[in-house]
Design a protein around this ligand. Structure first.
Ligand code: PRP
Ligand code: URA
Length: 214
């Protein structure tokens, strides 16, 4: 039994997601394919995470008659990638919501302590009225994501949805315990962290694999 609030965690385990995830994990997958798969997974996950966006009526005239359709209401969504690896998911969400605004949180994990070191953040205005979609492929200790959530709360964000691709129980618990309202989406919750705070079985270092650095 998980010791976190499972109602705020959605595991997006569509067959297409599971198929792409297996290719993503494979150490032989090229940088180009890895990057494309991260984008595709972000699209599939984003589709699920945005299924309850608020709608309003809109008048449409088809070639045959007038009708009342729907469009998404409210201020434009804000996508918040955690640099670097989170950048790999931005285009996928922008494919779904091309008019979204994009904020950035610059952060890296100290290799010794595994604590996040924040070096930059900039957000679009009126965060309190926007759905904020935080993207980062990996949720390990949860340090980076909780720090990002804190920046967003301090900036006034109310509706925060976090999208990761691979998570682990330690990170899920850390994030859901840290913020009682945040919603978390992931493609899989893996077994555990190793002694270097890498996810097992995981996929290695997502940033290095997206950008071909090592
Ligand atoms: C990775 C990953 C997350 C973080 C997860 O980034 O993209 O941001 O680690 O670890 P945590 O849950 O223990 O905080 P990393 O710090 O390696 O930076 P990078 O994206 O620049 O490679
Ligand atoms: N960051 C990664 O990129 N991979 C992990 O397994 C943990 C943190």
């Amino acid at each position: 039994m998980a010791d976190y609030d499972e109602s705020r965690l959605t595991v997006v385990d569509h067959p297409l997601v599971q198929h792409k995830l297996s290719i993503l994990r494979d150490k032989r997958t090229s940088t180009k394919d890895f990057r494309e798969l991260v984008t595709e997974l972000a699209i599939l996950e984003g589709y699920e995470a945005l299924r309850d966006l608020p709608l309003e009526d809109v008048e449409v005239e088809t070639p045959l008659e007038k009708m009342t359709g729907k469009k998404i209401s409210g201020k434009k969504l804000a996508i918040i990638p955690i640099l670097r690896a989170g950048l790999g998911m931005v285009d996928g969400i922008l494919t779904l919501v091309p008019s979204a605004r994009v904020g950035h949180v610059g952060m890296y994990r100290d290799p010794e302590t595994h604590e996040p070191v924040a070096y930059y953040h900039k957000f679009p205005p009126y965060l309190e009225s926007r759905t904020c979609v935080v993207v980062d492929p990996m949720l390990a200790t949860g340090g980076s994501l909780t720090a990002c959530i804190q920046f967003l709360r301090e900036a006034g964000a109310k509706d925060i949805r976090c999208l990761t691709i691979v998570s682990c129980p330690e990170g899920v618990k850390a994030v859901l315990d840290f913020d009682p309202d945040v919603r978390l989406y992931t493609c899989v919750v893996d077994r555990q962290l190793n002694e270097r705070a890498y996810i097992l079985p995981g996929l290695g270092d997502a940033g290095d694999r997206i950008y071909g650095t090592r």
